[in-house]
Design a protein around this ligand. Sequence first.
Ligand code: NAD
Ligand code: ZN
Length: 366
Amino acid sequence: IRIDVGLGKRAYPILIEAGLLDRAADLLGAFARDGRLVVVTDERVAATQLPRLAAGLDGIAIEPIVLPAGESTKSWAELEALTDRLLELGVERSDHIVALGGGVIGDLVGFAAAIVKRGCKFVQVPTTLLAQVDSSVGGKTAINSKAGKNLIGAFHQPSLVLIDPTTLDTLPPREIRAGYAEVVKYGLIDDPDFFDWCEANGAALLAGDSDARLHAIAHSVAAKARTVAADERETTGRRALLNLGHTFGHALEADTGFSDRLLHGEAVAAGMALAFRFSVRQGLCDADDAARVTRHLEEVGLPTTLGAAGVSASGEKLVTYMEHDKKMEGGRLPFLLARGIGRTFLDRTVELAEVAAFLDEEWLVE
Ligand code: NAD
Ligand code: ZN
């Protein structure tokens, strides 16, 4: 399957197929210089998928750069070490750096590629479900800073995205489930038929069904590619819809210290359930729709409540985390709310005090 991101001069293809890694020589051979390719990955992916890529490259040598696994790798320190190493290797602007890994590697390598020699090229080879359906497409690259997540970064589109769903075979089930939350997200935003599909096929996908995985990835990537082509830099509001569940989710992640206690996708699942229930409270959405969202996420084992997300903070505290979110606009925070499944919109009129009151009510119900 081939999906193109229609961005004019910056257009690029996304290839999705089981076994792509095993024939990487055909796909990446043209990017090798002097028979070598720089591949950046993390230690877990180096142990599981790098040998496959190396075999698939069939004689093309890999210059591997292996970084620690985990969110803390998206740091100034790792960025400095990575860019130093790339310069030491003599990377040129026309070279393609290969990012093999999850969203952490993709975001860091993309940012490094954006700034080394004022911009060189890179290829995304995502190996987590989250990265395959979301972060590898669209050109948002970033590291974290003391002030928060993803606050330092650049828009820098890859030249190619290679998605091999079989790389998920070595990914822990909890990581797959977390990535699945971002799949469900596309249905909830504007595609009720796809949410129906998720209800019918989500369990099979999580159990490893390869057809379900391929369909979910292709459908999600197509939705992401369309959105990015329509609003590359999140200026018209269209791309902002992809943040459904992320404002609530961000507060939950902040309260759990952005740690393994609550994975990003888990926070997004709870955040989407909260956004739907808040929409019901505001008189915007049918309670049945919110109940359906909560039920499906719960059925597949994702958290949908503050307690299940491992959070213990009051509504007021959670709202202060949201205020530090980078999407604040003149003292107000735009919220993605829903009029129903597949009917989300950006509401710029929400009072944070209302959000705090809602979250405290959530505690009472729990
Ligand atoms: P991750 O990159 O940390 O990967 C999760 C874990 O799985 C890591 O321990 C990794 O080593 C391991 N792993 C990866 N692939 C594996 C495989 N095939 N087999 C075994 N282990 C494997 O996390 P993630 O969930 O992929 O990405 C989260 C990051 O993505 C966050 O930093 C988030 O901010 C970012 N993100 C970016 C965008 C964007 O548009 N740029 C969108 C969403 C999320
Ligand atoms: Zn996300």
